[in-house]
Design a protein around this ligand. Structure first.
Ligand code: PRP
Length: 212
């Protein structure tokens, strides 16, 4: 039987993903110990886990070094890799939205050229080019995106909104929702053929227990 390999994003998402796998009876004691290790094997030796940066999960699955990835829909859309999205796990729910200071709403609605700060340039471009048909200049940031409209770097942001607290505390509001986000299971297309039995078994178990 083929050893199935998972790519998991470091941090919160990996913890939730391991909880999902634990509930299916897949245990990985060595991942519970505090360490700087990046590769782990399940207690039964049947599964291997890579811990990578969240935004790199689709890359490891696209190249087939990992058979399965657990990652947010935001990362899947932004990375646009050749992977099969097979399931919505229904946790880590949030949305991708356009937001800004209330006084910028008129400029946004007028449809003229605007500056958009974001860590998701592909999602932002797709939305403004194809859906709103509005000219934009993307300003790519790596975090703390909400700062951009506050200091005059951009008119709006495209970012994740979960509780809405970050926007509220920085005097901003949602202008428009782009897409609902949650954790998804992705599979390498070749792995799906080679190890269909093992992968399908696993995803069917997940579906019964978690899928929304
Ligand atoms: C994310 C996101 C927002 C915030 C939204 O940032 O970019 O800033 O969470 O959550 P909320 O609606 O519950 O306030 P994260 O904390 O991951 O850090 P970052 O600013 O470095 O992206």
């Amino acid at each position: 039987m083929k050893q199935i390999t998972f790519a998991l994003g470091k941090g919160r998402l990996a913890k939730s993903a391991m909880k999902v796998l634990n509930e299916l009876g897949i245990k990985c004691s060595e991942m519970e110990e505090k360490s700087r290790k990046l590769v782990f094997t399940s207690d039964d030796g049947k599964y291997k886990f890579f811990l990578c940066k969240v935004s790199d999960v689709p890359t490891f699955v696209d190249y087939g070094v990992a058979d399965i990835g657990i990652v947010g829909k935001d990362t899947i859309l932004e990375q646009g890799k050749n992977v099969l999205e097979v399931m919505d796990l229904g946790f880590a729910k949030c949305k991708m939205a356009v937001a800004g200071k209330p006084e910028a709403l008129d400029k946004y609605n007028n449809g003229g050229a605007i500056r958009v700060a974001t860590t998701f340039p592909n999602i932002a471009n797709e939305f403004f080019n194809n859906k709103r048909k509005q000219n934009i200049e993307i300003i790519k940031l790596h975090g703390s995106v909400e700062l951009a409209p506050m200091v005059g770097l951009s008119d709006v942001i495209v970012d994740i909104v979960e509780s809405g607290a970050t926007l509220k505390e920085n005097g901003m509001v949602v202008f428009e929702d782009i897409v609902d986000i949650s954790a998804r299971v992705i599979v390498n297309p070749a792995s799906m053929k080679i190890a269909y039995g093992e992968i399908n078994d696993l995803t069917e178990k997940m579906r019964k227990q978690f899928a929304k």
